[in-house]
Design a protein around this ligand. Sequence first.
Ligand code: NOJ
Length: 755
Amino acid sequence: MNIKNFLLVCFLSVVASANAQQSSDAKMNSFIDNLMRRMTLQEKIGQLNLPSVGFDVTGPVLSQGVEDKIKKGLVGGVFNTYTPEAVRKLQQMAVTQTRMKIPLLFGYDVIHGHRTIFPINLGLAATWDPVLVEKTARAAAEEASADGLNWVYSPMVDITRDPRWGRVSEGSGEDPFLGSVMAKAMVNGYQLNDLSKDNTVMACVKHFALYGAAEAGRDYNTVDMSKVRMYNEYLPPYKAAVDAGVGSVMTSFNTIDGVPASGNKWLLTDLLRNQWGFKGLVVSDYTSINEMVNHGMGDNKKVAELALNAGMDMDMVGEEFLNYAEQLVNEGKVPEKTIDDECRKILEAKYKLGLFSNPFLYVNEERNKKEIMSQDKLNLSKQAAIESMVLLKNKDHVLPLDRSSRIAFIGPLVKDQRDLIGSWSGAGDYTKAISIWSAIEQAGYKNVLYAKGCNLVDDPDLIKQLNPHGAMLIPDSLSPQQLIDQAVRTAYQSDVVVAVLGEPFGMSGEAASVTDIRLLENQRNLLEALKKTGKPIVLVLMNGRPLDLSWEDANLDGILETWYAGTMAGPAITDVLYGNANPSGKITMSFPVNVGQVPVYYNHLPTGRPYKADQKYTTRYLDAPNDPLYPFGYGLSYTNYNYSSVALSSNTLNTGGSITASVNVTNTGDRAGTETVQLYMRQMVGSISRPVKELIGFQQVALAPGETKKVSFKVTDDDLKFYNSNLQYNYEPGDFKLFIGTNSRDVKEADFVAR
Ligand code: NOJ
């Protein structure tokens, strides 16, 4: 085929698919028009209602109130219930006992896996492997859809720079570029670009918007930032999800320019719908409409009005719409057309999910048996866990462990299962998670000793706060000192100590902010006692946020960050410890020297008084460095990589053109490994001050010992674009630097000019 014919074929196929889309949209519109013509105002408002259905230990329990409302056509969807049996019962009710017979949506917090649990999202991001992350979302969708669900409240894409905030565990960290890549991967994994399949689910990007910037890292707190920062740094991942076709958007709890997101017309209509062209449905967060009363926006009726007029389609749990929407329409405060538009969004979602053709599409016992915790998903969980781990320190090659030495595994998390699956693992069964100790036994590793060393938490007040939310923190019958003494005795019998410590899972996730990001005091006491034995110590961490590891970095030999690694945590961690796998994860949030540095992130602006060691009046602390302990993108390997200098194909980048930046990366060690090569840029002069570094690309390269590979990045003017102070998106000609390296700090650079 010659080029002309080829282009013609391409053009015709684009036209054909646009036509097919138009005709399927037309079919959907006429179906919904027809349906809505027959609906009362109250039934339309019913579609906007999303109650939660609770659980007890033996499974989901439906509150009587919700059943009654379903039968009256006052519910559009429910969440927090799953299993084919439970879903069938409610769906049956909706499609047989209501006047309009409209099926329900079934939503759930599927965050890092459904039944098979993958590492927490901060860990998944640390893989820097969007293909793998997409696979985890795909696996989660397969399980969720086989469990009656058609809607998942994921991905969470809030940019996070404050490790005090418990919810940093749920997102991809501090970088908008990486966050956007992961957002897209997850949406694709859940939706496969076709919601009508029985194994896809509608994704829900959250929390729109800026929730990650809660002041002081305190959950639900105020957010306030400039539009320039918002557009350049915080909004890109939400936009990436919208561009990837995400079916729904969940609003955040915080204010934006003084107006809570759930009632913010600029956010939900001007930006999301008009500027970004979002066509799906917008759902509130849990009672976030009602909470606008506490924000000082008016009474319950007023906040319902604000939300409806802002463009909120669905009211999660709060029932403000149910209570006030009809009255507001009758009083002329909310146009009926607004309710129609909002109801239409929900019906469209149901249509696209195939629920009008088959309300029981996702209720399939056979698929349920086949999909849930299938071996391929467990294998994927283990692979994701391995790839998520970050080796933070490895003095004198203390890792991998020498199998001929005696190893003391010490710590309350060695035999733990509950914490492995982390927070937001609602349908995950922790009893199926494999602990480190079980993995050691299963693999038959010899010469291992064990001591608990300390309670996971000693502080009674913290125990009191965490236990009601599913933690099982029961102080040991031995006193803290007895536990330490026992551990020290065990350490003396060993050649190397592996201390497995961290945060109980409940210290991450929602409503889990802290002001001290060090390990808990009792765990620090244990480490100090172990240190006195003089034995080499490897710290294996389980936690959901960057911690202050200054003491540990200065005093211990090895540190392996394993996050909450999921169902297959034990086998994955032991594979890494014993060298069956070589760690390759890299952190996606900076680990500060101490909490006082927060927020500390790599892509900050330059100041007018850059730091100079010997000058007082420069930007600095008197008691700490400016740089974090471990920078964004940092992570070691059991091997070493050498980077050549950066070669550019040209020093000039013309409009619409591109240049190629290349480095040779060599594995200089004696083990095979995978390196994530990172590309950053800096615009030297701009109409607004520009970040000292910005990630614009990355690639993973697998290298055998001694092997060298050339890694090349194409850089176009698109990569240089940003929002200026008029919020125009473009690049500005001038001088630029490119940096390539193993993390955001250790880089090689080259200069070019953009014309
Ligand atoms: C509140 C959380 O903020 C949100 O992330 C979650 O999806 C909803 N509750 C539903 O559980």
